[in-house]
Design a protein around this ligand. Sequence first.
Ligand code: FMN
Length: 197
Amino acid sequence: MYIVCITGASGAIYGIRLIEELKKRTGSPITLIMSRWGLQVIINEVDPQYRRKIMKLIDQYYIDTELDAEIASGGSKFRAVIIAPCSMKTLSDIAHGRASNLITRVTDVALKENRKVIIVPRETPIDYIHIRNMLLAKKRGITIIQPSPAFYNKPQTIEDIVNHIIGKILDHLEIEHNLYRPWRMMRGHGTDKNEEY
Ligand SMILES: Cc1cc2nc3c(=O)[nH]c(=O)nc-3n(C[C@H](O)[C@H](O)[C@H](O)COP(=O)(O)O)c2cc1C
């Protein structure tokens, strides 16, 4: 089972596309946890039809106040927790081990049980404290995948840009995919003096 958490940072689409790809490529059960502000942002950013479609793909759904959920215990055998997008507030909580809601609690559980935690922190620009919290999160063993897409693939759509980040998450979960094309230098690239830029 994978646990996908959506918090109140912009970019709910990352969590949604991740759920679609995890379901398609692993068939594993998926639990979705939404924070109060995650719900607010998703309503603003994502089309209602698409939201309904995603709810049909998940196996369990919680809001972050449900701390008595089974997954809040180390006895629950989930594989990984992915927080996408991750707000600076949730980043701060997980950097400091503050398990005050179900999202930060399952993160704590995953870390103490040596399971994978991936976050997609989203804010710009970032302040000193955000950088320090990322450092603390990294020291706790959390994988940080910023939503910074590459442009060598020449993305044409928002989906192309989002897919690159979802592909990076799947790479770290060791799940095969074809969501982005890895960089490969083209023969002669950069040597043609007559090429127009
Ligand atoms: C429309 C909207 C967009 C937001 N975008 C961000 C963002 O990109 N990054 C961020 O750290 N906080 C953002 N926030 C603020 C968070 O929602 C707020 O800090 C909240 O307390 C996060 O709580 P949560 O982590 O429990 O979801 C946004 C809020 C709103 C209403």
